[in-house]
Design a protein around this ligand. Structure first.
Ligand code: GLP
Length: 254
């Protein structure tokens, strides 16, 4: 995997550079919510407005959704991705898909989402954040490395981490629909971003720890085309940070 350690402000521009190559080709984008990708989305919106970066021809799939939140709830990921990115660029809104967290038949909602991704020919590039406990999308520790889109239960740590978006932990839904780790592994390129010291332990475990359901993000080690972009603070616990910098500086990089 490529590990790129950048000043905080350059995490977004580095990610936008990678994503822009896919966007110009009209790729199928895998989008993530959470606070980490928002500077990247702002940079993509800027490039759309000022540099003519066009999303026409692209479609997008979100990683996950809170179960039971109406789509018009401001914290639904359906609403969040529109507010943070897709309403501000020229992507067809009908082609921005997310799991249907309002379907009482959650197994059918999960199967339908897998089907829609398959019918689109899969995701070309999947943007990812990481939870402080190592989760990706909403695959909490203990998730099968082969898991598919399904209903699952949030870890108390994730409820605590996400309470800031809801006002209180009691308002955070306990159940979610999420792409599985097996689903995510089928994307053509995995691009994980992490910023801030709170993510340093998760970054160390996902890059250097064993591949383990205890750290779901460690599945990136199983993927042949994975890029991790972190700032100095999130790189704090990496044992091999100097080596990753050396590779990054090395003339062998294309
Ligand atoms: C959320 C999302 C993840 C996200 C993670 C980190 O719960 N489901 O997709 O990567 O937690 O969020 P943040 O970027 O706000 O730290």
């Amino acid at each position: 995997m490529d590990v790129l350690i950048r000043p905080t402000a350059e995490v977004a521009t580095t990610a936008a550079d990678i994503l822009a190559g896919y966007i110009r080709r009209g790729a199928t984008l895998g989008l993530a919510t959470g606070s980490t990708p928002t500077p990247t989305y702002r940079e993509l919106i800027r490039r759309h407005a000022e540099e003519g970066l066009s999303f026409s021809g692209c479609r997008a799939f979100l990683l996950d959704e809170y179960y039971g939140l109406p789509r018009d709830h401001e914290q639904s990921y359906y609403a969040t991705i529109r507010r943070d990115l897709t309403a501000h660029v020229d992507i067809d809104d009908a082609l921005v898909a997310s799991p249907d967290g309002t379907n009482p038949d959650f197994a059918a909602a999960a199967a339908d989402y897998e089907e829609r991704i398959a019918q689109a020919g899969g995701v070309d590039v999947q943007l990812l954040g990481v939870g402080t406990n190592g989760h990706v999308a909403f695959n909490e520790p203990g998730s099968s490395l082969a898991s598919r889109t399904r209903l699952t239960t949030l870890h108390p740590q994730t409820v605590k981490d996400n309470a800031r978006f809801f006002g209180s932990a009691d308002d955070v839904p306990r159940h979610v629909l999420t792409q599985g780790l097996g689903t995510i592994l089928e994307a053509g390129h995995l691009l994980l971003l992490a910023t801030g010291h709170a993510k340093a332990d998760a970054v160390q475990r996902l890059v250097e720890g064993p591949v383990s359901a205890s750290c779901p993000a460690s599945i990136l080690q199983l993927h042949p085309n994975a890029t991790v972009v972190v700032d100095e603070e999130a790189a704090d616990d990496l044992d091999n940070a100097e080596y990753y910098r050396f590779i990054d500086d090395n003339a062998l990089r294309g």
